[in-house]
Design a protein around this ligand. Structure first.
Ligand code: NDP
Ligand code: HSE
Length: 440
């Protein structure tokens, strides 16, 4: 049978990995797909560089629309990124009846509803394994492997850049900016690295997982997003002393009131496997009522790890494209008419526990006032740690850090208590609040 023909839009980090892995492992891939898969046309702005990657036998153009217009192309891979031209090209490819593979989580988290509807109407597939956790087949696991379960929660380290930064800062004491540059050099970071460090990229990914797990539309605009830029070395150190590690987690949970959808730095018990995921590695925990807690670990970014997921999608499409569209796995796991309108909860209604660090005047009665305000608010304290004043050097030696771990309470209640504590004259700096998850 003639190989299935693929057009590649954008041959940068992931595109070049996809081309190289597909070529290197073509025999095994053909054996699994039941048919050869060939990238026969590539579009990139830098035609000379693209041609040097793919060699003389592959047609390279600088106009992505020429690839979509080519009637021989069965599948279009979009690896340009962003919401701009990538959105137009994906919709045009669908309209032209092409199946689409993309690693573009930003595009799907924001415009997924429109794109999946267009694909369903046209009877084509939009596959996006590479969009979440790079090389980890987490979309397949959630959409197919866990299909028997009522999924209760997912929590994941789903941004390699920030995990790399946190690991390097903790292990080597390196500065934030130095480690970010290294992550960019290694090809982990997004074109705009603020997406990584401000938690936006992780929020795109957890939005997609939430939709698949709970059968809700993709709703990136409802996600709570907080990155790692305000994290201080002191908090990383105090967390360690209390038996925790700080990780940027994407969390989505089913509760009686609705769905939690949030990204923020999180204290995780150091004894959990996920707390020991270092560098650019990703890990996702998913808890289902039948299976219990499962954990998926692997490279979440980089050229060939991400290519591994892109090619898995190519194989899936090659196996399934002749099947009746109604028999294929739905884009978001649930059939379109079974998508629910369960609300995504505002952050004020999320219930979790907290790490608080207060820089206070080192004088009698300060701790009692702070804990008194928490007690009045009905917030139960789990542990308190007060640093010796002499651990805080220089002119701040008359000050001390008080660290409080709380039990669960609603975010709105905590916000009100924090405002009261912050107003105390003996609280000398903005209070640090980091959420804590036991992930038991
Ligand atoms: P790169 O920036 O390395 O590659 C994008 C490529 O697209 C570049 O070669 C760029 O050319 C080209 N390009 C830009 N505009 C056009 C256009 N209009 N027509 C044709 N080509 C164009 O990005 P990545 O490979 O890192 O990322 C691709 C996608 O994969 C993104 O959505 C990203 O979020 C996602 N992703 C990336 C991962 C990673 O580890 N890097 C992991 C998982 C997902 P030029 O350079 O000349 O501008
Ligand atoms: N910038 C992303 C990360 C790439 O660091 O995880 C993988 O999606």
């Amino acid at each position: 049978m003639k190989p299935i023909q693929v057009g590649l839009l954008g041959i940068g980090t992931v595109g070049s990995g996809t081309f190289n892995v597909l070529k290197r492992n073509q025999q095994d891939i053909q054996g699994r797909a039941g048919r050869g898969i060939e990238i026969t046309m590539v579009a990139d702005l830098d035609v000379a560089r693209a041609q040097s990657i793919v060699g003389p036998d592959v047609k390279v153009v600088n106009d992505a629309r020429a690839v979509i217009a080519n009637p021989d192309i069965d599948i279009v891979i979009e690896l340009i990124g962003g919401y701009g031209i990538a959105k137009a090209l994906v919709l045009e490819a669908i309209a032209a009846g092409k199946h689409v593979v993309t690693a573009n989580k930003a595009l799907l988290a924001v415009h997924g509803t429109e794109i999946f509807a267009a694909a369903s109407a046209k009877g084509v597939m939009v596959a996006f394994e590479a969009a979440v956790a790079g090389g980890i087949p987490i979309i397949k696991a959630l959409r197919e492997g866990l299909t028997a379960n009522r999924i209760q929660w997912i929590a994941g380290i789903i941004n390699g850049t920030t995990n790399f930064i946190l690991s390097e800062m903790r292990d080597k004491g390196l500065d934030f900016d130095v480690v970010l540059k290294e992550a960019q050099r290694l090809g982990y970071a997004e074109a705009d690295p603020t997406f990584d460090i401000e938690g936006v990229d992780a929020a795109h990914k957890v939005t997609l997982m939430s939709a698949i797990a709970f059968g809700i539309p993709v709703q990136f605009d409802k996600a709570y997003v907080e990155g790692i830029t305000k994290l201080g070395a002191a908090d990383i150190k105090y967390a360690e002393q209390l038996g925790y590690r700080i990780k940027l987690l994407g969390i989505t949970k089913r509760t009686a009131a609705g769905i939690e959808l949030r990204v923020h730095p999180t204290l995780v018990p150091a004894k959990r496997l996920i707390a020991n995921v270092e560098g650019a590695m990703n890990a996702v925990m998913a808890h289902g009522d039948a299976v219990g807690t499962t954990l998926y670990y692997g490279k979440g970014a980089g050229s060939e790890p991400t290519a591994s997921a892109v090619i898995a999608d190519l194989v899936d499409i090659t196996r399934l494209h002749t099947a009746d569209a109604a028999q294929r796995v739905p884009h978001l796991a649930f059939q379109p008419d079974a998508i629910s309108n369960t609300p995504v909860l505002p952050m004020s209604e999320v219930v979790t526990s907290y790490y608080l660090r207060l820089r206070v005047a080192d004088e009698a009665g300060v701790l009692a006032k702070v804990t008194g305000l928490l007690a009045e608010a009905g917030i139960s304290i789990d542990a308190v740690l007060q640093r010796e004043a002499d651990e805080i050097s220089g002119e701040a030696a008359t000050q001390t850090d008080v660290i409080i771990l709380t039990h669960d309470c609603a975010e709105a209640k905590m916000n009100a208590a924090l405002a009261q504590m912050q107003a105390l004259p003996t609280v000398l700096q903005p209070i640090t609040r980091i959420r804590k998850e036991e992930l038991a």
